[in-house]
Design a protein around this ligand. Structure first.
Ligand code: ZN
Length: 176
């Protein structure tokens, strides 16, 4: 089966609120297959995260992964500068985020739906996500630095937001 294309900025699905993954879809083969397809699309891109709206589906579902192989070209200094830490594949349904404290970190961020742009974006440094796994089981996970940034970036996609909305109006004007 051909993989779906990644929806690009300008498409209305990226500006809409995603609907929760319904209870009767949790634990089904349909949801596992969807998560597997999203994982394939993310790995092929390659990227470290993908939200369902990015394949045109307004559902609160995210996949995240930062594999060692994606970082193999980076030296230790570059990894540190980019805040890269490997994290295993996570499938996240119906997430709610809580940020910890006032700590902010600013790093370059890109998006598979906004090709050829990277911009530095301030984000909360530490975030806890409460979400359901593909079987509907609730869990909590706390992430810092790149993982926190990935939670925030992908959850924004479920709220119809692109990372550009966190960049100042002046910077946005200069990017045009
Ligand atoms: Zn994105």
């Amino acid at each position: 089966m051909a993989l779906p294309n990644i929806v690009q900025a300008g498409h209305p699905v990226l500006r809409a609120d995603a609907a929760p993954v319904p209870a009767d879809m949790l634990g089904t083969k349909r949801l596992r297959d969807l998560a597997a397809t999203m994982t394939e699309v993310m790995r092929k891109a390659p990227g470290v995260g993908l939200a369902a709206p990015q394949i045109g589906l307004g559902l609160a579902l995210i996949v995240l992964e930062d594999a060692e192989s994606l970082m193999s070209r980076l030296g230790p200094d570059e990894r540190a500068a980019r805040g890269r830490v490997a994290f295993p594949l996570q499938v996240i349904a119906n997430p709610a985020l809580t940020t910890h404290g006032a700590g902010r970190a600013t790093f370059f961020e890109g998006c598979l739906s906004v090709p050829d742009f990277r911009e530095s974006v301030p984000r909360a440094q530490k975030v806890t996500v409460r979400a359901q796994d593909v079987n509907g089981k609730w869990y909590e996970m706390t992430g810092e630095d790149l993982l926190a940034r990935a939670f925030l970036h992908e959850t924004d996609h479920l709220n119809g937001k692109l990372y550009m909305s966190h960049v100042s109006a002046l910077k946005r004007a200069l990017m045009k």
